[in-house]
Design a protein around this ligand. Structure first.
Ligand code: DX5
Ligand code: ZN
Length: 218
């Protein structure tokens, strides 16, 4: 029975209570913490940078799943490596220098990830699978938490699954994941659920985390 992994996105958490949030995630034994880095250019929103991540790094050993929604991530990749990222996921649509970024990450023993927007054809990234530890399928248009899940992206997961025999990579889904949509993602075959507002906008985040872990158990 495959145990789903959970990567809560702190984007919609209360940053004035960040220590409380990190302790809650530690207590809940989540698999990763998902950091949504946005530059106001690649996506129409601006969030936080490497300094924020390096500060949180002091609070926990939980693996950091850093999602770079930034144009030309090659310009900043060293900063995010130095900030203590464990996984760094860049967007296929954000740079022409994908392979050099992956090679750099590998030399620094940081896990490599690629993400595609809902409208990007999954076949565009098949040739990168040999370099990848993670593929992040966006089930919302990147830029904001709290958006509606786009079920049409589930077909991409079914296509990616066929390559898992040949390559070692995890499939993650990100956007609109909650107790209602999580089973659809699990049935399609994801390894990791990224969930933000469903957890942090709820009155009982720990209860939602437990629910997301249990809902995919078959
Ligand atoms: C959107 C981000 C997602 C988002 C998830 O651009 O990449 O990680 O914050 O939040 P929810 O779960 O609220 O869609
Ligand atoms: Zn994300």
């Amino acid at each position: 029975m495959k145990k789903i992994k959970l990567s809560p996105s702190i984007l919609d958490s209360d940053f004035t209570r960040i220590k409380y949030t990190i302790n809650l995630l530690k207590k809940s034994n989540v698999d990763f913490i998902h950091f949504d880095v946005m530059d106001g250019n690649f996506v129409p929103n601006l969030t936080f940078g490497p300094k924020f991540i390096s500060q949180i790094r002091k609070l926990t050993d939980l693996p950091f799943d850093v999602h770079l929604m930034i144009k030309n991530p090659e310009k900043y990749i060293d900063d995010f490596i130095d900030a203590g990222s464990d996984y760094i996921t860049i967007h296929y649509e954000a740079t022409k220098n994908i392979i050099p970024i992956f090679k750099k990450l590998k030399t620094k023993r940081v896990k490599t990830g690629i993400s595609i927007k809902p409208k990007t054809d999954v076949n565009k990234i098949i040739n990168y699978l040999k370099f990848l530890d993670l593929v992040l399928i966006m089930s919302v248009e990147p830029g904001f938490g709290g958006q509606k899940f786009m079920p049409e992206v589930l077909d991409k997961i079914k296509i990616l699954k066929k390559f898992k025999k040949k390559y070692e990579f995890l499939i993650s889904i990100d956007g609109g994941i909650n107790p209602d949509t999580a089973p659809l993602a699990c049935d399609a075959g994801v390894d990791i659920l990224v969930s933000g507002s469903a957890i942090f906008k709820s009155k009982n985040p720990i209860k939602i985390i437990k629910k997301l872990y249990n809902i995919c158990k078959k």
